[in-house]
Design a protein around this ligand. Structure first.
Ligand code: TRP
Length: 457
């Protein structure tokens, strides 16, 4: 007996779930770091261009494939083409997405720990004006220790597990409908507070005055990679979610809305972080440690007259990160879960359990590679960094090239246009434009970006 396939309940739910996938550590943690390292506003302009020219078309492509095939990402491409070169795109994506999940949960575990550290006052107590060494050693000791990061990671994985087993509508959609508006409220409160920090002006000018002299080829490539990571592209998440869409959903409008929400959140995170960082006199280029080493002190420094406010901001900030990470991790979780559930015909609950076990095992390896197993290195990178590099700089653009070529050249144009216009209920103009971008612009730009990252061109 074949039971009916799950689906999302409402259009609002769809936007919230997909935006929940997109908005995550990538926006709040990674985006400010990349912007800080690559010259501020000029980087943001390139980032926005990458979203418009590559991100939105590829999101539409993934939505189209998922909804049209009406099955999990690994199988969806197979339904549209039987040629082995194309039918395996979905597999590559699903595999890459599962790998991302394994290190994503490690960072999410750190965030969870930092939320508790701000609630119990540890972060506030460590504050010494003009000196971040206390935070530095706290972070260094924590991530390189064996048990503590593992426990927080496991707690986060279990949260994802329960959300996924609750189902598409009662788990993913319901949580996203509550968490995303909550996240937005927290963001607005934090932006307003951060803008009032003394010296906020400098942070704003860093964000909004482009200095093109700082822009290099490499930063253009990084902007594209960041755009893809932030929109959750190419790794099967959006394709899997779209397989739960109804036939009346306007795919292009949804993709545009989700991209706008995602970009707004990224810029708002910059608005929270840079004014605080500048007013505390911290170097915006302090790298991945920005959120864990520079920020706790920056919040205290910026509001040194009102410690209560500083600790409130800190709590809200890490709570925001936990919520954002959860809705993103869930989308990564759903890809292998849906695949196992539909391929092996086992219950969703058991499929999720399998994913949880594998994720815990691989997540443990990633976490330990920051300490105990730090000596295990390849090309000068530990396992954690290697996995991140492999997934975001190699798998993601490569999979993007294939997806664009697939929809632009392999699938019949009329099939794409018919589906995306909901059988001509919608205007054909936008669908034709997207198709053109997928056929001509995306493969060329992405291939150039990919070869550029590898140092070939
Ligand atoms: N987009 C999420 C973030 O910004 C992370 C994420 C979820 C992701 N699903 C993805 C990244 C698929 C790449 C591919 O944090």
């Amino acid at each position: 007996m074949k039971s009916e396939r799950a689906s999302f309940g409402s259009k609002f739910g769809i936007i919230m779930a997909a935006a929940g996938s997109a908005v995550g550590l990538g926006n709040i943690w990674r985006f400010p770091v990349e912007t800080g390292n690559n010259g501020g506003a000029a980087f943001i302009l390139i980032y926005i261009l990458a979203i418009a020219l590559l991100g939105v078309p590829l999101m539409v492509a993934e939505f189209f494939v998922g909804r049209h095939a009406h099955t999990n990402a690994a199988h969806a491409y197979r339904k549209l083409s039987s040629h082995p070169l194309w039918s395996n795109i979905g597999f590559i994506g699903a595999f890459g997405g599962s790998l991302i999940l394994c290190y994503y949960v490690v960072v999410a575990g750190w965030v969870l720990k930092y939320m508790f550290l701000s609630i119990d006052g540890t972060l506030g107590a460590l504050f010494t004006p003009g000196d971040a060494s206390g935070y530095e050693s706290l972070f260094g000791t924590f991530v390189s220790s064996t048990w503590s990061p593992l426990i927080y990671m496991a707690a986060f994985v279990l949260m994802c597990h329960f959300a996924i087993t609750a189902g598409v509508r009662r788990g993913i959609e319901k949580l996203s409908k509550i968490f995303m508006p909550a996240l937005f409220v927290i963001l607005v409160v934090l932006v307003v507070l951060s803008l009032f920090a003394p010296g906020a002006q400098e942070g704003l000018s860093f964000l909004f005055h482009p200095d093109f002299s700082k822009l290099t080829t490499r930063s253009v490539l990084l902007a594209i990679a960041q755009a893809f990571f932030s929109l959750s592209l190419c790794m099967g998440c959006l394709c899997t979610y779209a397989s739960y869409f109804g036939k009346d959903v306007n795919i292009i409008r949804s993709a545009a809305n989700i991209s706008i929400i995602d970009t707004m959140v990224a810029i708002m995170s910059g608005l929270i972080i840079f004014p605080a960082v500048f007013s505390a006199g911290i170097d915006p280029q302090s790298g991945p440690s920005l959120a864990f080493i520079a920020l706790p002190g920056a919040f205290c420094e910026a509001f040194s007259g009102v410690p209560m406010l500083a600790s409130l901001i800190s709590i809200l900030f890490y709570a925001l990160l936990v919520l954002a990470a959860l809705t993103s991790a869930i989308s990564l979780y759903e890809v292998p879960t849906a695949y196992i559930h539909e391929t092996w015909h086992i219950r969703r609950r058991y499929a999720a359990m399998l994913v949880t076990v594998v994720c815990l095992l691989l997540g443990t390896v990633c976490s330990l590679s920051m300490g105990l197993w730090g000596d295990v290195q390849l090309f000068g990178k530990n396992i954690f960094d290697l996995l991140d590099y492999f997934c975001t700089t190699i798998m993601m653009p490569l999979s993007g090239v294939f997806i664009a070529l697939f929809v632009g050249w392999v699938v019949k144009r009329s099939v794409f246009i018919d589906d995306v216009t909901n059988e001509h209920a919608l205007r054909p103009g936008p669908a034709k434009l997207i198709w053109w971008l997928l056929r001509w612009v995306a493969p060329v730009l992405l291939l150039a970006a990919f070869l550029g990252v590898l140092g070939v061109i």
